[in-house]
Each structure stands twice: as structure tokens, then as C-alpha cells.
Design a protein around this ligand. Structure first.
Ligand SMILES: CC(C)(COP(=O)(O)OP(=O)(O)OC[C@H]1O[C@@H](n2cnc3c(N)ncnc32)[C@H](O)[C@@H]1OP(=O)(O)O)[C@@H](O)C(=O)NCCC(=O)NCCS
Length: 176
């Protein structure tokens, strides 16, 4: 049985993980996921984005979580905590990404559970995310107990350039 570990990365661990994270993001975009970037999108194209994430981790603005199976990073999620001063209790869930070769093994559930734990530790009890309408992720968030708020049509583009809507969700950790 492969061993899966979920870890929250320090700034130095983030720097070491950049090539693996770039490979995962490239794989997701090339697999047709609307996650911010257009196809074609090679791993090297993803490095500037991840270097920005690394700066945000160093600055305490982002919590970066990875899933490793047999020491290979195959999934990731981020918690954005650089909220405005009037939202100290809120966080943004971002970039839940699992490499195609590791899908269907439960990594996204482990990553989302870990993100909720990290949010709770920081007193962030209102979590928000958006995802491409009609994507597999949309169904998964509902399964994980997120509340669907609504859809904004033509919010973004798919990697092939066609429009896609975004569905917004929130999750409260505890009673609101
Ligand atoms: C969405 C994504 C992260 C799911 O990752 P995953 O590790 O394969 O998901 P899991 O194996 O943890 O599955 C979680 C649950 O969703 C279900 N599920 C998995 N794939 C599914 C799909 N395509 N459609 C519907 N349900 C699905 C699983 O059965 C599981 O349910 P269970 O816990 O009741 O058994 C992955 O498909 C991905 O990286 N997609 C591309 C990037 C993306 O769109 N990310 C979202 C950005 S907001």
C-alpha cells in the first residue's frame, strides 16, 4: 500500500517543492481544468506562479499544504489568509490540485481536511472558494459539506479559451 502524508510546508520546504508543484499545475491545466492558466502550459511556465506562492508563504499570507505518496508530491491546496483587517476570521481556499496519475485515491479529501484544520488553528472559521461550474471539483465540494452560493456566468476561461462560469461556495467551521 502506498503511504500518503499530508504536510504544511515551511518556506524552505516550499522552495524545494517548486518543481513538483509546477508539474502538478501543468498537468491539471493540460487535463482541462480551469485553474487560472491557458493551454499549452508546461511545468516551466508554472514556475513564476509558484515562486509568487513561495513569497506569500514566507510572508505569512498563504498556508501551503501538500499530499505526498511514497515521498512524491502529487497534490496540493492553499489557504489564503491575507484578508482585510475586517475579515480576520475568514480564509480563501485556493488551488486544490491533484495530479491525474493520483486521482480517485482520496487525496483531495485529505488535503481539504488538513486545510480546515489549519484554518481552525488560525481562528478562520468562514472559508470561501470558487470553482469552474460543471467541473468534477464542483460536485466534490458539495460532497465535502460546502454550501453552494451561486454561479457567475462567463467568469473565466477554460484552458482551451471557451468561457466557463464559476460557482461560489462557503463553509463555516462551527455555527454562524
Ligand atoms: C478535483 C480534484 C482535486 C479531486 O481530487 P481527487 O484526489 O481525485 O479526489 P478524491 O479521490 O479525494 O475524491 C473525493 C471524493 O470525490 C469523489 N470524486 C472523485 N472524482 C470525482 C469526479 N470526477 N466526479 C464526481 N465525484 C468525484 C470521490 O469518489 C470521493 O468521494 P468519497 O470520499 O465519498 O469516496 C482533482 O480532480 C483535480 O485536481 N482536478 C483538477 C484541478 C481542479 O479542478 N481543482 C479544483 C480547483 S477549484
Amino acid at each position: 500500500m502506498p503511504q500518503t502524508t499530508i504536510r504544511t510546508l515551511t518556506p524552505s520546504e516550499t522552495a524545494a517543492a517548486l518543481p513538483a508543484l509546477a508539474e502538478i499545475l501543468s498537468d491539471c491545466v493540460e487535463g482541462g481544468a480551469s485553474v487560472g492558466f491557458m493551454s499549452p502550459y508546461a511545468a516551466e511556465d508554472a514556475m513564476p506562479y509558484w515562486k509568487g506562492v513561495a513569497r506569500a508563504v514566507s510572508g505569512g499570507e498563504t498556508v501551503l499544504i501538500v499530499a505526498e505518496t511514497d515521498s512524491e508530491i502529487l497534490g496540493t491546496v492553499q489557504l489564503g489568509i491575507a484578508t482585510m483587517p475586517n475579515q480576520p476570521h475568514r480564509a480563501d481556499l485556493k488551488k486544490l490540485l491533484v495530479h491525474r496519475k493520483a486521482r480517485g485515491l482520496g487525496l483531495s479529501r485529505l488535503l481539504m481536511d488538513a486545510a480546515e484544520d489549519e484554518a481552525a488553528k488560525r481562528g478562520r472559521h468562514v472559508l470561501v472558494l470558487d470553482t469552474a461550474t460543471g467541473s468534477p471539483a464542483e460536485a466534490i465540494y458539495e460532497k465535502f459539506g460546502w454550501q453552494r452560493v451561486g454561479v457567475i456566468p462567463q467568469y473565466a476561461l477554460m484552458p482551451d479559451g471557451s468561457y466557463c462560469g464559476s460557482t461560489f461556495f462557503y463553509k463555516a467551521l462551527g455555527a454562524l
